[in-house]
Design a protein. Structure first.
Length: 329
């Protein structure tokens, strides 16, 4: 049977774990609010490596150092504490309406990995040197020290082009007509898409006003999202290219998180288009989109931008294929 001493020790350890998780989550939320507070705009940027990597790194370390107390901490305890603290931190941001589901899904892989590495380093330092107070302070202030350094780095915008191709068993002329106007798009027609699963609104209609260069194609999405595509190249039935026009207010604030908003502060889509080539008795349809990453997250931002657009492309091209090959053609 467990002795009174061991029971008391176990209870104390449980309380310390709870305290560690609360401290880690609270610290993370304070960082989240501070990094986007207008008061610190010149020094801290929410879409940055300091917040994406360093902040969760410190959250993991802080949780482990507080949870360790005066005892040695095992590798299993380090993993459990750092990962749990990060999971609760992400949940807290969602419940506090600080981040939408899209942003949380995009950052979660890096957040968990960074928190784990922070916890492992914090646990190793604690077990070997036992300088918890000094170490804790160092981890607490690390994002706040590195954030201003990154915020003052020269801006280096990057542009990426995503191209996706599909084969359709219909003539280029038939496919072109479906590109010009796409009425009454149902969710079933779009099929499964990861970006729609995590909250990106689905397109519901696209209608063309006019024809030829200068015509305007308006796209309507769920959640009252709408924007225009000004035609820059109309070569029926071989090419339909356009430039995006996303005026202020065309994307409601509750439709997309501003950190991933098209035409927003950090990312924007510039132009794109469809190219049609007669091939194998049908049409090879290619959809291209060029986007701009204006954030400090070059590699990670470009990676997710390409993945999101490629997934969206597959959904739209699938719609065009089904309609062009279907009985309504």
């Amino acid at each position: 049977m467990m002795t009174e001493t061991s029971q008391a020790t176990t209870a104390l350890q449980k309380k310390r774990v709870i305290l560690a998780l609360i401290a880690g989550v609270t610290y993370g939320l304070l960082l989240r609010v501070g990094f986007e507070a207008s008061l610190f705009n010149k020094y801290l940027q929410i879409v940055s490596n300091a917040f994406l990597i360093v902040a969760p790194f410190s959250v993991g370390a802080v949780s482990v150092l507080i949870g360790a107390g005066n005892r040695k901490i095992t590798g299993g305890q380090v993993i459990s504490l750092s990962v749990s603290a990060m999971a609760f931190f992400l949940l807290a941001m969602f419940l506090c309406l600080l981040e939408g589901l899209i942003c949380l899904v995009l950052v979660a892989p890096v957040f968990f990995i960074a928190a784990l590495f922070g916890g492992l380093l914090g646990g190793w330092i604690h077990n070997h040197f036992r300088v918890s107070k000094a170490t804790l302070s160092s981890f607490v202030f690390l994002p706040l020290l590195l954030g201003p350094l990154e915020a003052n780095l020269p801006s280096q915008q990057s542009e990426q082009t995503v191209r996706t191709t599909i084969q359709i068993q219909a003539s280029p002329s038939e496919v072109f007509e479906h590109l010009v106007n796409a009425k009454n798009i149902s969710s079933d027609e779009l099929g499964f898409s990861f970006v729609h699963l995590i909250g990106l609104p689905k397109p519901t209609e696209a209608s063309m006003n006019g024809s030829g260069d200068g015509a305007v194609r308006t796209s309507y999405w769920e959640k009252n999202v709408s924007f225009q595509e000004v035609i820059t190249k109309w070569e029926k039935p071989h090419a339909l290219h356009y430039q995006f026009q996303i005026p202020a207010g065309s994307i409601p604030r509750d439709a997309l998180d501003r950190h991933v908003e098209m035409g927003g502060e950090y990312f924007t889509v510039l132009d794109g288009g469809y190219d049609l080539v007669a091939k194998n008795g049908g049409t090879e349809l290619t959809l291209s989109t060029r986007f701009q990453n204006k954030s400090q997250l070059k590699t990670y931002g470009d990676l997710w931008g390409r993945m999101v657009l490629a997934d969206f492309h597959r959904s739209i091209l699938g719609l065009m294929k089904n309609r062009a090959e279907g009985p309504q053609k």
